[in-house]
Design a protein around this ligand. Sequence first.
Ligand code: AP5
Ligand code: MG
Ligand code: ZN
Length: 222
Amino acid sequence: MQLILLGLPGAGKGTQAALLAQRLGLLHISTGDLFRAAAAEGTDLGKRAQEYMSKGELVPDEVTINMLLERIARPDAAEGIMLDGFPRTIPQAEALDVALDGQGRQIDGVLYIQVPEDLLMARLTGRWNCPSCGAIYHELTSPPKASGKCDKCGADLTQRADDRPETVSTRLGQNRAWTEQLADFYEKQGKLRPVDGTGEPAEVTTRLLEQIDQVSAGMGKA
Ligand code: AP5
Ligand code: MG
Ligand code: ZN
């Protein structure tokens, strides 16, 4: 099964993808996480991506598409993928369709996590991340048990440079139009599944699983 999690910055893509991918046996691929890992390693790709990410702008398609296509061609992606933060543009979506078609598979469903924009700023500016295992926290809604330490691995938590309020505004502004265009693109393919992203994370997970069950049923597997 190939699924996409679509949604504005802070909608909960990373939080939900970590839970769902493990439960469903899919490989979670976040292009944002791949870029941040490359930046931490100081590779040319990472340096190039960092120029855009630090401003809250999209990394150019040619860089992003090559990185993602290379990742989904590896053996560990063959059993199924859950894409988080990709595609973000129509050329990315088209390149993904062509690549999957070449591998004899396709996108089965696009879960569009919808959250009113006035909630997103507070979600992002209160976020803390584990640089070691990738766990995601929020200082108010899902704080770690010991302040500043990851519950899962004990590492010191960090905040993303692009979660400053000014950069969050740019990210929301940039992503708003693209997200709508992608929603239209997948609606026309009959794959779009809007999901209410408000409420407790566990409630959102339940709603997503209901939609994924319907995707599986449509594939003749449920
Ligand atoms: P990326 O890392 O993908 O960032 P994003 O899309 O801006 O999304 P976020 O990771 O900020 O939010 P999320 O939806 O994952 O929310 P989360 O679960 O963390 O991309 C970063 C940058 O990389 C881009 O700006 C761009 O420069 C570049 N890039 C990446 N992909 C690209 C592409 N395809 N093309 C071009 N450039 C690309 O949750 C957020 C917070 O809310 C957390 O604190 C969490 O604890 C909390 N929370 C989650 N769920 C709930 C809930 N139900 N209730 C209350 N709080 C909640
Ligand atoms: Mg994320
Ligand atoms: Zn951790």
